[in-house]
Design a binder for this molecule. Structure first.
Ligand code: C6P
Length: 406
């Protein structure tokens, strides 16, 4: 299928609206993506025709809801090429998925002096859960450094790996810079010292091909709202044997096999990790979003987004007073930058008056901002519904910002 951006834009009702009197230019896709009509329809259709609790009733709606929920799990499995659907645990998103692994795996296996290795690129969601588990177990947090381009220094990473390293937790793609990390190679290196590997895939799933069997990671965390699905749904992938050996994360209904006051036993995976009534409607909508992406063609999306990134980077390179933050060789369509003498929040506010939505701030990566010695950046994060014309509008508005501060 050839790529027709006008046709794609028509799938996203929110993009047709004006903001501050201008047609919306939405360049905050790393924070959350907009939702195509097929996803909104899947959600409405679920609540209009199927809504019911799952895995419980023998009545028709309950069985239909269960089938649709489990079909969504299979769609997620196929999208990341997991071996089995039971390796997909539905949860609220990346943050919850990482906390699940930190507590249900880390807390139960780590001992004093064991090491957890992360990188300087990590989002707070892939830092703080590990700090918490270090406090609980006496494990030590180590951090792999990055270079000025915003790439993990592989020789330093190798040096930090040792028999003490029990968990490596790295993002697939940096949310603040767009850097794509060599997660397959990093996983192989971590496995060579016997560590388990968690990949934070929050920013990757929408932009790069994810094949968990090829990466060979032990866990992979993702958020639905970053792949054109609703907020409040995401998943943790885990290798079946590891998930089976893990203690539950939360306890309650759905995750048990038998309950008595003396002792309860747990359901098999994935239910063991899905205590309580799950977010059925949003899981089904996530399935619809991934099916939509597959139909458009992930290669088409990647190719087009790369064109947008190259186009934006070229303009940024020629823009006086602009410094790009994050110039890795391998990047997704994120352009983060600072303008000389103008605070990113002022830039963001003025862009908003022009109908342009970008994110400004530390992007939940304070240690990374410290590395680049900036308090904040402006981040334009592009999706496959953005256009070169919108990028022109961004740079035109940035010129206006500079004029206002002259
Ligand atoms: N980053 C951003 O604007 P949740 O909030 O659970 O869906 O995802 C957390 C998360 C974890 N890892 C990475 C690499 C992320 O980018 C995010 C979310 C958003 O960059 C909101 S801070």
């Amino acid at each position: 299928m050839s790529f027709n951006v006008d046709k794609i834009r028509a799938d996203f009702p929110i993009l047709q609206q004006q903001v501050n009197g201008k047609l919306l230019v939405y360049l905050d896709n790393a924070a959350t993506t907009q939702k195509p009509k097929v996803v909104l329809d899947a959600l409405i259709n679920y609540y209009q025709t199927t809504n019911s609790n799952v895995h419980r009733g023998v009545h028709t709606l309950s069985m239909q809801a269960t089938d649709a929920y489990e079909a969504a799990r299979t769609t997620c499995q196929k999208f990341i090429n997991a071996t089995e659907a039971r390796e997909i645990i539905f949860c609220r998103g990346t943050t919850e998925a990482i906390n699940l692994v930190a507590q249900a795996y880390g807390r139960n296996t780590l001992k004093t002096g064991d090491e957890i290795l992360i990188s300087q690129l990590e989002h707070h969601s892939n830092i703080v859960p590990w700090q918490l588990v270090c406090e609980q177990t006496g494990a030590i947090l180590k951090v792999a450094p990055i270079n000025e381009q915003g790439e993990i220094m592989m020789s330093e990473y190798q040096t930090l790996l040792s028999s003490k390293t029990k968990i490596v937790a790295i993002n697939h793609v940096s949310n603040s810079l767009g850097t794509i990390n060599p997660v397959k190679e990093m996983t192989m290196m971590a496995h060579a010292v016997g560590a388990k590997v968690l990949i934070d895939g929050a920013q990757a799933l929408a932009h790069v091909n994810v094949d968990v069997q090829d990466i060979n990671c032990d866990f992979y965390a993702a958020s639905g709202h970053k792949v054109y699905a609703p907020m409040g749904i995401g998943f943790l992938y885990g290798k079946a044997a590891i998930l089976e050996a893990m203690q539950p994360y939360q306890a309650g209904g759905e995750m048990i096999q038998t309950v008595s006051f003396l002792k309860s036993t747990y359901a098999p995976i994935p239910q063991k990790f899905e205590a309580g009534t799950p977010n059925v409607g949003d899981a089904i909508a996530l399935g619809a979003a991934l099916t939509y992406l597959t139909k458009i063609g992930r290669e088409n999306i990647h190719h087009y987004e790369h064109e947008l990134l190259d186009y934006a980077t070229q303009q940024a390179d020629n823009f006086p007073g602009l410094r790009i933050i994050g110039t890795a060789k391998d990047k997704i369509s994120i352009l983060a930058f600072v303008l000389d003498g103008i605070h990113p929040h002022d830039v963001g506010t003025i862009l908003d008056h022009e109908g342009i939505a970008v994110r400004t701030g530390h992007h939940c990566t304070m240690p990374l901002m410290e590395f680049f010695k900036v308090p904040a950046t402006v981040r334009a994060s592009m999706a496959f519904y953005n256009t070169k014309q919108e990028i022109d509008e961004l740079f035109c508005a940035l010129r206006k910002v500079q004029e206002m501060f002259e």
